[in-house]
Every structure is written in structure tokens, then in C-alpha cells.
Design a protein around this ligand. Structure first.
Ligand code: IPD
Length: 290
């Protein structure tokens, strides 16, 4: 016969199969946040990846290793997608296995400049469905969490998106991405111009896609769009937004594909579709292409 505490653990795992995983994600995000806070004001060793503005520091690598090694030890059969491991050549594929999708420092450029919008993002998918997300805004010590079917929260307070449907009353968030060639810049600025011509109240770029998406989930902005973000920017945030009542879709207006490097998120479906209709596509390829 199994001891009582093991029975209790098995019963609770049956009721809520990912609770232990989510608790671990929270613990690791807080631990990673402390490392990032301690490194924030110090000198950093900065290198570049896909372009001269795609930055990485030793802290990005250290934090990703810290998170993945702790998770691998506890959940040896799970799979992992991490921003820095992918840059170093690891496969970036979402299969049916339980998969962790990690951005150790979202807002690395902010981090390099000591601009205080940086976050740790840990998402989790099973059978290609996003189950939960944890995003920790390290410098402000705000912990955003979302769990499918259980709502989303910031430091324990329930999140709720804005229900606005009119672009002319919207604050819109976006990010630039890492390409700077003239054709990309023209499309990027053109998209912004189109939204401003619709009389959006404003367009903001804060340097961290995960935190922008958390602001959207909190009802502090009406919409977000971007070409050139990655699955590790989107995984955790998508659950948090959906659980706050928002929608996350493809820029074509169709279903989200987190590997497609493009997204529109909004508090309402009407708003998301209106934004999607204004956008011209910028091709960033796919995260899962060889
Ligand atoms: C990036 C930032 C940036 C956004 C990029 C992201 P990183 O993440 O969120 O603002 O434009 O698409 O990949 O490289 O700082 O983790």
C-alpha cells in the first residue's frame, strides 16, 4: 500500500496535473529575477546574435541554464525550448510532449542599457496547447501568472483586459523586432502610420514584448501587434491574456501559431481583427524552420 502522503500527492496530480509544474515555474522565475536584479547595474558582456541590435549577455545564458537545469532535474521527461539554447543551435519544435518555453531575459536591450523593463518568461504547453504562463517583471517585482481555466493574476490580483472595440479609442503597443533593412523599416513604419491614421490614441514601444503583453492583459492598453517576436515571447503571455478575457491571434486574422513570429493581441476580438486588417506583413520566417 502507498503511504498516505503519496496517495494525497497522486490525487492532487490527477485533479490538477500541472500544479507542481506551475509552482516550480513561479519559484524559478523569482529566483531568476533576483539574479537579473543583482546584475542590473553592473557592467555586462554584450554580444550580438542575428543582427547588430539582437543582443545577449552572460546573464541571459546564466539564467537560461539555471532555469532549464532545475526543470530538467525535476521533470526529466519534459522538453525545453529556450531563447539562448535555440540561438546556439538547439531544435525549436513544439511536439505533443510537455514542453517548457523560456525567455530568460525578455528586454535584453533594456537590460544592457539599465532601462528597467525586463522580465523572465516561462510558458508551458502539453499536446501543443498552452497550459500556463509565468512572467516576472524583475525590477518592479511584479509576478504575472495565468493558468488555462483558472484566470490570470498580477501579484495575486485578478487581471482583466480592456473591452474597448474602437481603434480611435485605443492605446496600441508594438515592438520593433531585430531587422533594420530599409524594406522592413518601411513596412514597420507604414503599419504604425496606418494605425495613427485610424486615430489610435497612441502607439508605444517599451522594449519588452512580454511586458507589453502583460500590460495588455492588465487593461492598460487595448492592443498589441508585432512581426518578429518568437515563441518564447508569446507562450506565457498568451495564456495570461486569454485568461484575462483577451484574444491572441495571427496577423492574418486567423488562429495563432506561436511558431510563426507574428501576432495580434487585444482585449476584444473586434479590436484584434480591426488591427489585423490594417497591417502589412513583415516576413520573419518561422521559429521551427531548419
Ligand atoms: C525581444 C524583446 C524586443 C522584441 C523582440 C523580442 P529579447 O526579446 O522583447 O522588444 O522586439 O521581438 O524577441 O531578445 O530581449 O529576449
Amino acid at each position: 500500500m502507498r503511504p498516505q502522503h503519496e496517495e494525497a500527492r497522486a490525487a492532487s496530480a490527477e485533479e490538477d496535473p500541472w500544479k507542481e509544474c506551475m509552482d516550480t515555474a513561479v519559484e524559478l522565475a523569482l529566483r531568476a529575477g533576483e539574479v537579473i536584479r543583482n546584475a542590473f547595474m553592473k557592467e555586462k558582456r554584450v554580444s550580438t546574435k542575428s543582427s547588430a541590435v539582437d543582443l545577449v549577455t552572460e546573464t541571459d545564458h546564466f539564467v537560461e541554464e539555471l532555469i532549464i537545469s532545475a526543470l530538467r532535474e525535476k521533470f526529466p521527461s519534459h522538453r525545453f525550448i529556450g531563447e539562448e539554447s535555440t540561438s546556439s543551435g538547439s531544435q525549436c519544435r513544439l511536439t505533443n510532449s510537455p514542453t517548457w518555453i523560456i525567455d530568460p531575459i525578455d528586454g535584453t536591450c533594456n537590460f544592457v542599457h539599465r532601462f528597467p523593463l525586463v522580465a523572465v518568461s516561462i510558458g508551458f504547453a502539453f499536446k501543443q496547447e498552452l497550459e500556463f504562463g509565468v512572467i516576472y517583471h524583475c525590477t518592479e517585482e511584479r509576478l504575472y501568472t495565468g493558468r488555462k481555466g483558472h484566470g490570470s493574476f498580477c501579484n495575486g490580483q485578478r487581471l482583466q483586459v480592456s473591452k474597448e472595440t474602437d481603434i480611435a479609442k485605443a492605446l496600441v503597443l508594438t515592438e520593433i523586432g531585430t531587422k533594420r533593412d530599409p524594406a522592413t523599416l518601411k513596412l514597420f513604419l507604414g503599419n504604425m502610420e496606418r494605425l495613427l491614421k485610424c486615430h489610435a490614441h497612441g502607439v508605444r514601444i517599451i522594449g519588452s514584448s512580454t511586458l507589453s503583453l502583460c500590460y495588455l492583459a492588465s487593461g492598460a492598453a487595448e492592443a498589441y501587434y508585432q512581426f518578429g517576436l518568437h515563441c518564447w515571447d508569446l507562450a506565457a503571455a498568451t495564456v495570461i491574456i486569454r485568461e484575462a478575457g483577451g484574444v491572441v491571434i495571427d496577423t492574418s486574422g486567423g488562429a495563432l501559431d506561436i511558431m510563426s513570429c507574428r501576432v495580434v493581441a487585444a482585449g476584444t476580438e473586434e479590436m484584434a481583427l480591426l488591427i489585423a486588417r490594417e497591417l502589412q506583413t513583415i516576413n520573419y520566417g518561422r521559429d521551427d524552420e531548419d
